[in-house]
Ligand binder design. Sequence first.
Ligand code: DON
Length: 564
Amino acid sequence: MVKGILKISPINKILISKYSLIAFFLTLLLFFSLFLKAESFAVATRHYLATDIGMKVLEEGGNAIDAAVAIAFALAVVNPSAGNLGGGGFMLIHLSDTDETLSIDYRERAPQKSFEKMFQDDLGNVIKGLSLNSILASGVPGTVSGMFYAADNFGTIDIKSLIQPSIDLAKNGFVLSDFQAKNLNKYKIKFSKNKESKEIFTRPNGFSGGEILIQQNLSRTLERIAQNGKEEFYSGDTAKKISNFFQINGGYLSLEDLNQYELRILSPVCGSYRDYKICSMAPPSSGGIALVQILNILENFELKEFDHNSERYLKTLISVMDYAYKDRAKHLGDPDFFDVPQDLLTSKKYAKDIYQQIQEKKLPSKANVTIVEGEETTHFSIIDKWGNAVSNTYTLNTAYGSGIIPTGTGILMNNEMDDFSSKPGYPNAYGLIGSEANKIQPKKTPLSSMSPVIIFQDEKPFLITGSPGGSTIITSVLQEIINVLDFQMSLEESSKKSRIHFQHLPDILFHEQFDESLIESLKKEKKLLNRKIGEIHSILLKDGGIEAFSDERRPDGKASSVYK
Ligand code: DON
């Protein structure tokens, strides 16, 4: 037979045509599945206007990082309690091209003039409120630097056009929801202490839902930033306005501090949980280490065989949280200043030891502290059609930060200095205590609980999630992860499940709605406090589909997805 020529019998011909038909359909299927994937994208944020802005960026061909930058600037206008230019946060990014996951730490740094006992009186007592509501409460803001870094290094669209929608929203105003109007009214006293805050964020008879909130000075500041770049904020007119204001009013934050602000690119903390890989923020966040540690311990339990939110299940979570928060207080702080034993805390062996102690019913020892309410920070999750993902949490710390706006800027300043340990063992706004690891030092970053998370299945983003809530961020995100991974819940189902929070100290179990009998039984062991826990904004990429969901614990959030 001559090479290359095949003699085909009639029966083979039928077989070949059958196989080629199957092959043809398989190719078609593959083509469509690629096509489908190529057209899926989603955004989940705290405010519908920010979500719409992010979706528009993605629809017009921008990537997840472009959308993140546009959203972050938009939230600074439409969600002034947490969205910000005067604060900081963490952005976790997964780049699909290189399969790389990295994080930007653009959190606040302590001004150079700060010192360990700056919030204590001569007798060594902590002066209440100084780290939260005074001119000393602010760290050097990092948000503008973080957004420019993200756009310059990973974005595809000119940052000016990403900022433009926010300029328009600040200049022309946006409609306040009932929730926002009430929330602004609630903080009237805070705003009244600062001239510009009072002008912008208070009305003699209070705000009502439906009213338009215009922020002229903020729009001008945003315009200058769009025009002059991040230098505007760190050495330009805006920097001078901020530093002059701090100097005149007895603050420490200086022009030099702004000039010298530096963000950090950090490797995320990653661990494995059953068949998944989980990545979150490394110190100066406690989130990544605590989540990996908790999941490592929980891996020893067959959780899906527990009844969800049963007594046995909740008690298991409580014990595990107890250990992780005790370690947080002792071992975690800014890694540039303190040697954090990350490898130990995230090791499977360490988790196994804790698991064994829990089995033997040993629990860490206690003391008593109080806790005040702090209720703002904001998270958003994004995936684009190429599979790039962004999980971003940023904040002013408590609602509207210190409430102080440096004159002429429209920028609310953070009160992140309260996240330092003002004195060993003295609780911050979230009842969190700290030690040497988190003491105040010049240029140091306060320890955070913000935990933007990306979970991977077969190396591809599977769940993108995060939450506000101070110390409850870690436990809220944890319960979202277990609900989805162990109990196979949809995001909507997961969000409707009650959550608990336990943080070692104070010795109080925070909880949402549970059966009376369960509450009675938990009450025998712990003091209980009923309150809302967390506000998750997630995206789930499961079985080739996409689900985006914004927690309904607070209004105004919106999740959008496109799947075609
Ligand atoms: O970084 C932290 O952990 C806090 N400053 C976050 C504050 C917060 O989440 C407030 N709440 N909802």
